[in-house]
Design a protein around this ligand. Structure first.
Ligand SMILES: NC(=O)c1ccc[n+]([C@@H]2O[C@H](COP(=O)([O-])OP(=O)(O)OC[C@H]3O[C@@H](n4cnc5c(N)ncnc54)[C@H](OP(=O)(O)O)[C@@H]3O)[C@@H](O)[C@H]2O)c1
Length: 295
């Protein structure tokens, strides 16, 4: 079968492509930048285009059996998602997996949560087999914090002390590939979470153990986080993420034992643990650091 993967040059989409190829499926991707898509390998067919351009939508899904839809956090996220879904409906697409976010409905005032609720509503109303994945915060976000962790011994993500059931992107991608290629997932919404909710301080402790040196939690001060973040992120994004971290600090973003049981059943293995991700990543960072020092 052939599947269209949107966001295929990004964090989640690239893993979905890998999972589909590993299952012997054919993959088409959409990209604004073919050079990035070529890095996905010679077996991947790519189309150049932009979801916000109606010309791109014509024929986008032709000859495909299903699609994975993810839209990055942006000020046009809702439009991109709705244009992808409406074009899928027009094309008669049979199956669609949409990447949303855990507890989108509990914090609809967050711009990037509320945007997804609108797209979820369109997905549910579409006459096709749909599956919605609602992941927690990704383990892989910590690659953005590599310098803070390694150079300054600080874990900067203000996760708070209620707990966030962060998840490995590889589990999300596996689940997407399963929902696209196997029966039994139509009309289902899955919260995609890790096996344990961790606080900010616990997350720093896991990094300390993985690296064998102290990593301190930067704390819950969102004013300080905002000031720091405005140096490298656009103001609209800092505004959105500050609301998100306030939500995490007040309510957490915790999975339930039932979520873990469902994921274990569907994936065929328990969701990956943050401790294992940190150990694996610390080894890679240490190896890369040693190689750079020799150059
Ligand atoms: N990070 C987290 O902890 C977390 C947790 C839960 C949910 N999420 C959700 O996950 C999503 C982000 O996923 P990600 O991290 O995989 O994204 P990402 O790495 O930023 O990748 C974005 C992808 O979208 C494509 N893209 C962007 N604008 C496009 C357009 N106008 N037309 C066509 N393609 C376009 C890009 O392709 P090209 O550049 O090649 O065109 C790229 O492949 C967000 O919706 C976020 O809310 C994230």
């Amino acid at each position: 079968m052939r599947f269209l993967v949107l966001g295929a040059t990004g964090t989640v989409g690239s893993n979905v492509v890998r999972e589909l190829l590993a299952r012997g499926q054919q993959v088409r991707v959409l990209t604004r930048d073919p050079a990035r898509a070529r890095a996905l390998g010679p077996d991947v067919e790519f189309l150049k285009g932009d979801l916000l351009d109606p010309a791109t939508l014509r024929g986008l899904y032709d000859g495909t059996d299903g699609a994975f839809v993810v839209n990055p956090v942006s000020q046009t996220e809702a439009s991109e998602g709705l244009m992808a879904v409406s074009a899928a409906m027009d094309s008669g697409l049979k199956r669609l997996v949409y990447l949303s976010v855990q507890h989108a409905d509990r914090a609809p005032h967050l711009p990037h949560f509320g945007s997804k609720l609108g797209v979820e509503a369109a997905v549910r109303a579409a006459r096709l087999d749909w599956t919605i994945l609602r992941p927690s915060n990704f383990f892989q976000n910590d690659h953005w914090f590599r310098d803070a962790i390694l150079q300054y011994g600080v874990y900067p993500q203000p996760l708070g002390d209620v707990g966030v059931s962060r998840v490995d992107v590889r589990d999300i991608a596996e689940l997407a590939a399963i929902a696209l290629t196997q029966e039994g997932h139509a009309g289902k919404t899955y919260d995609v979470v890790g096996p344990r909710a961790l606080t900010g301080a616990e997350t720093a402790e896991v990094w300390s153990a993985a690296l064998g040196r102290k990593v301190a939690y930067a704390g819950d001060d969102l004013e300080a986080w905002e000031k720091q973040s405005l140096q490298y992120l656009p103001a609209w994004m800092v505004y959105d993420f500050k609301l998100m971290y306030r939500h995490f600090q007040q309510n957490g973003l915790r999975g339930t034992p039932a979520d873990t049981a469902t994921l274990t059943r569907v994936l065929g293995h328990a969701p990956r643990r943050f401790e294992d991700f940190a150990t694996e990543t610390a080894k890679i960072w240490t190896r890369e650091g040693a190689a750079a020092a020799q150059r």
